[in-house]
Design a protein. Structure first.
Length: 158
């Protein structure tokens, strides 16, 4: 859950083992490198409960390691409290967005701004495709998109 001070962002995808933990790790590295990590509460979650408690996909971890980034994250499902405590909930595709908006509609006083992470992409690639059934290169594509989007998101929030 987000802390009371500073800004907060929750990255969300379907299973919380590929895209959202990559985005979370990328954003953590970006804010750390920028010297503003103390101003942010950062996490990731899933719309589904399929992988709760699992580590990220081994290909996601391998991709992050290639870029000198790691994550101890364990998959979790989004909760009603997340809609009340996070400033931003950034998701990866239209299906995530529909699920999140439906869930948010069941939470009185939802404070989170729910958006596609890709809406911050300077290259205008709106959707971050799920690499789960793809190849290693697809994880690299997700990583690069997350870097672009997270940098832009931080700039717009600063």
């Amino acid at each position: 859950m987000a802390s009371g001070s500073g800004k907060s962002v929750l990255f969300v995808c379907l299973g919380n083992i590929c895209r959202s933990p990559i985005a979370e790790a990328v954003f953590r590295k970006i804010v750390t490198d920028a010297g503003v990590s103390n101003q942010w509460s950062i996490d990731s979650a899933a719309t589904s409960d399929w992988n709760v408690g699992c580590s990220p996909d081994s290909r996601a971890l391998k991709c992050l390691k290639t870029h000198s980034t790691e994550t101890p994250h364990k998959a979790r499902q989004i909760t009603k409290d997340d809609f009340l405590s996070y400033d931003y909930i950034l998701c990866m595709d239209e299906s995530n967005l529909r699920d999140l908006k439906r869930k948010a509609g069941q939470v009185p006083d939802c404070k989170a701004k729910i958006e596609l992470l890709g809406s911050y992409d300077p290259q205008k690639k709106l959707i971050i495709e799920d690499p789960y059934y793809g190849r290693d290169e697809d994880f690299e594509t997700v990583y690069q998109q997350c870097v672009r989007c997270c940098k832009s998101f931080l700039e717009k929030c600063s």
